[in-house]
Structures are given as structure tokens and as C-alpha cells.
Design a protein. Structure first.
Length: 341
């Protein structure tokens, strides 16, 4: 490919020729030289620059979510941001992290294979100190985690993985699960040492303690969705708004919310003498009631629905027949509660 010279370079060349500083042979010799790009076959580039930028954008969203969740859980100021995104061999990554450390093996379902989330010991012990009632100072002692400390860190990592799922939702409905926690990097051989990985380095600051969190994703794991790691796909997914993946995440989140439901069959007034005279086995029949009359279903302190009682399997259930108020509610066909007839 012919090299294009700028106007300044052309002027300098003409000045040098006119002054006799350059010989024609030297000019021809410089023109004949070819640019050679060094290629390391031991470290072949698997990710393009555009794919690296997309991975960085995804984890910037992940860093913001993690900042919010950790700040709320630790009741302390936490700051997480993406420091760098690089591609290197798995062996280079293992050699770059301390020993011992907190190293979580993550199952990347539905993708095949695993990834690694490594948390710097200073960050780990700062989190533990804060959760155990301390000011959140990092420990300078290099040691393994106790069983109690490891159990506490598992809860922290599970919450972080929830943020990862949301950050990846524009590309894939990722369901990351914590496999196990290792402290020695040599015991976490998820891919061959020469396999290429993408390493997302997250600079983490908790109060006055600073450290790193590293998220290592092997190329073999991310290969099935490598075509989706493009700016065009990423921004088109963002513009689409609520995707199927987002709806699934929202549905899973709503399924864990508890709502108080009260089914009111009817009301009657009893004086204190009648209440005191009640015996076990007595049946109170409400006046002017019919088995076909609808029940009133209350959510919180407001009456929302007419409903009909029934049994579904071994559960007492109510079927909604009419909505009483013009309010935004979820369209459930049945609301069932545990109990006996």
C-alpha cells in the first residue's frame, strides 16, 4: 500500500533534495521498505477492537449497578468503575493475581463453560470488616478465608452476579451461578493455559480502601455470542427498550414480592355475651348470604376485586371475577394461598 505524505513532509523532502542532504539512492531505498506488523502466534487476537469496546460498555453498566447494590448493602460509600478491558492468555491472568485471593468460578448458563470473578484480598477483607460491624478497614494479613467468611462472601458474589445478568440482558439472557470459591489460582484451571480470554478489570474503592475486581471470560465461553458484541447490535438492543430478556428478569423479580391478600366472606355483629358463650364446634351462619355470592378480595387496605372461592389441588384458592377499581394491576388468573378447606 502506497504511503500518503502530508504537505509538511512533502515540503521537507523537497527542501532536503534541493539542499543536497538526501541522495536519490537513499530515497529509493526508503521507498522500497515495507512495514511489517509483528504477530505473536502464542497470543493470537480473538477479539476485535469493536468487540472489546462493546464488552467495556456492558461492564460499565455492570459497574454502576454494583456500585449501587454494594453501597446499599454495606451502608458505606462504594465506587466501582471499569479500569481496562484486555485480551490475554489464561496463564498470564493466573500469574497476575495474588495468592491467596477470593476467586469465584462462575457457571455462565446458557453459555458453555465457566468464567472467573477475582476479588482483591484488600477489597474482600474490607467488605467482611464492614459486614461484621467494623469501619471497613482492609486487612494487610494475607490468609485464607474462614468458613464463615467464605459463606458471607458467597452472598456478596451472588448479589454481584444479579447485576451481571442485568448488564448482559441486551445481548443474552445470562443466568450466572456461583460454582465454588477458590483461594489458590492454580486450582481454578477452567481452560488450557494458552487459551485466550478477555479480562475486565474493575477498580473498586470502599471508603479509603482501594483494590481490583477482575472478571475473566474465556473466548471458548463467549464465542457463541461473539457476533452480538458489536456496536450496531448493542445500540439497537438498547433502542428496542423492554426486550424478552428484560421481561423475564422483571417477572423473576416480581415472583419474590409478598402481597397481603384478604378474602372477606361477610360481616356480622356479635355482642360480648354471644362471643363468650361460643363453644368449640359451633357454626356461625352469616345472615342473608348465599354460596353463589361473590367474595370481596382486599389487597392491603383497599378492596380491589370480586372473587369466587374454590380449591386447586390441595390449595384453597379464589378466582377473580370482577375488578372493582380502575387501577393498574397484574393480570393474574388465580391467586392461591396455602391452606386447607
Amino acid at each position: 500500500m502506497t504511503e500518503v505524505l502530508s504537505q509538511d513532509e512533502i515540503d521537507q523532502l523537497l527542501t532536503a533534495i534541493s539542499s543536497g542532504d538526501y541522495e536519490n539512492e537513499e530515497i529509493h531505498h526508503q521507498t522500497d521498505q515495507k512495514k511489517i506488523k509483528i504477530y505473536d502466534f502464542k497470543r493470537p487476537d480473538k477479539f476485535s477492537k469493536e468487540q472489546i469496546r462493546t464488552v467495556s460498555s456492558m461492564h460499565e453498566a455492570f459497574a454502576r449497578l454494583t456500585t449501587t447494590s454494594l453501597s446499599a448493602q454495606l451502608r458505606s460509600l462504594v465506587n466501582v468503575h471499569v479500569a481496562s478491558v484486555d485480551q490475554l492468555t489464561y496463564e498470564e491472568f493466573i500469574r497476575s493475581i495474588p495468592n491467596p485471593t477470593t476467586l469465584a468460578v462462575i457457571n455462565m448458563d446458557p453459555l458453555k463453560g465457566s468464567a472467573i470473578l477475582e476479588i482483591d484480598p484488600a477489597v474482600t477483607f474490607s467488605i467482611l470488616d464492614r459486614l461484621f460491624g467494623g469501619p471497613g478497614e482492609g486487612s494487610k494479613i494475607s490468609r485464607d478465608l474462614t468458613e464463615i467468611e467464605q459463606s458471607v462472601m458467597e452472598g456478596i458474589i451472588v448479589r454481584i452476579l444479579g447485576n451481571m445478568r442485568e448488564a448482559w440482558s441486551q445481548v443474552i439472557d445470562l443466568r450466572p451461578r456461583l460454582g465454588q470459591i477458590e483461594v489458590n489460582p492454580q486450582f481454578a484451571q477452567i481452560v488450557p493455559p494458552t487459551e485466550m480470554v478477555v479480562l475486565v478489570t474493575l477498580e473498586t474503592k470502599l471508603g479509603e480502601v482501594e483494590g481490583m475486581m477482575n472478571f475473566c471470560i474465556p473466548y471458548l465461553t463467549i464465542e457463541p455470542i461473539i457476533s452480538k458484541l458489536s456496536a450496531q447490535y448493542w445500540y439497537s438492543s438498547v433502542r428496542r427498550g423492554a426486550t424478552t430478556e428484560n421481561l423475564n428478569i422483571l417477572r423473576d423479580s416480581l415472583s419474590t414480592i409478598s402481597v397481603a391478600l384478604v378474602a372477606e366472606i361477610g360481616r356480622m355483629n356479635l355482642n360480648m355475651r354471644d362471643v363468650i358463650s361460643l363453644q368449640p364446634g359451633d357454626v356461625i351462619r352469616l345472615p342473608n348470604t348465599n354460596i353463589n355470592d361473590p367474595l370481596m378480595l382486599n389487597i392491603g387496605d383497599r378492596t380491589k376485586f370480586h372473587c369466587r372461592p374454590g380449591i386447586v389441588g390441595n390449595k384453597v384458592a379464589v378466582q377473580i371475577t370482577k375488578k372493582l377499581e380502575d387501577v393498574e394491576v397484574l393480570d393474574f388468573e388465580e391467586l392461591a394461598t396455602e391452606g386447607e378447606e
